[in-house]
Design a protein around this ligand. Structure first.
Ligand code: HPA
Length: 237
């Protein structure tokens, strides 16, 4: 047990999917996992363990933003011994080539967060995905015919930037940053710190260039495709 997690040692599988939204964690557990049981309910930040294709896997919500994710991820690694952590989320689009519903598989995660910057003194640390997870996700997505982009993500601490639209993201879109979400850089930094594997896969749901947004119907289908992909990668299918 931790201040944020009531699970007992052994309640989690070594591999976990990490959505931000607790109700998405519940939806994944109920619709994808076999024999799922709830292992955490503290603050309604729900966690479940079950199986996918006969292999144990957990799903744990992280809440929104890097500080919240960092608490859950730190504890999952250090108190529960997790080894493979895959974020499944949504992101905004910063690149005209990325269409609503496309996946962005975050090869790296740039950030404005002090959570990463403050740990490295004069150095700019580059938070990166685990290569094998990244490769498997890209290969699976291609094999399934999914539109997926592998590249640099921005993990911002700010959802409502002072400047509207793309202006809030400075030069990043011109340097190949494909999308913006709020968690991956902290996940990758903690994974590096504690020598575990991490990946973030996001469905692009709102384009900051065209202002197109995903429809409710498409959201459900796209999330389903993304979760299936993440589960296959998670258990090494
Ligand atoms: N910004 C940050 N996070 C997001 C966005 C966004 O536009 N869309 C989905 N997650």
């Amino acid at each position: 047990m931790t201040p944020h997690n009531e699970a007992k040692p052994g309640d989690y599988a070594e591999t976990v999917l990490l959505p931000g939204d607790p109700l998405r964690a519940k939806w994944i557990a109920e619709n994808f996992l076999a024999d799922a049981r709830q292992v955490n309910g503290v603050r309604n930040c729900l966690g479940f363990t079950g199986t996918w294709q006969g292999r144990p896997v957990s799903v744990q919500a992280t809440g929104m933003g890097q500080p919240s994710l960092a608490i859950y991820v730190h504890e999952l690694i250090n108190f529960y011994g997790l080894k493979t952590l895959i974020r499944v989320g949504t992101c905004g689009g910063l690149n005209a080539g990325v269409k609503v519903r496309d996946l962005i598989i975050a090869q790296a995660a740039s950030t404005d967060s002090t959570i990463v910057r403050d740990a490295f003194g004069p150095y700019n640390f580059a938070p990166i995905a685990d290569f094998a997870l990244l490769r498997d996700a890209a290969n699976h997505a291609a094999a399934k015919g999914m539109r997926a982009h592998v590249g640099n993500m921005l993990s911002s601490d700010i959802f409502y930037h002072l400047e509207p639209g793309l202006a809030g993201y400075g030069r990043l879109p011109d340097h190949g940053v494909l999308g913006v979400e709020m968690e991956a850089a902290a996940l990758y930094t903690l994974a590096a710190r504690f020598s575990v594997k991490a990946l973030a896969i996001c469905t692009m749901t709102d384009c900051l260039i065209t202002h197109e947004e995903i429809s409710a119907q498409d959201r459900q289908t796209s999330l389903k495709d993304m979760v299936t992909l993440a589960l296959d990668v998670a258990v090494g299918i």
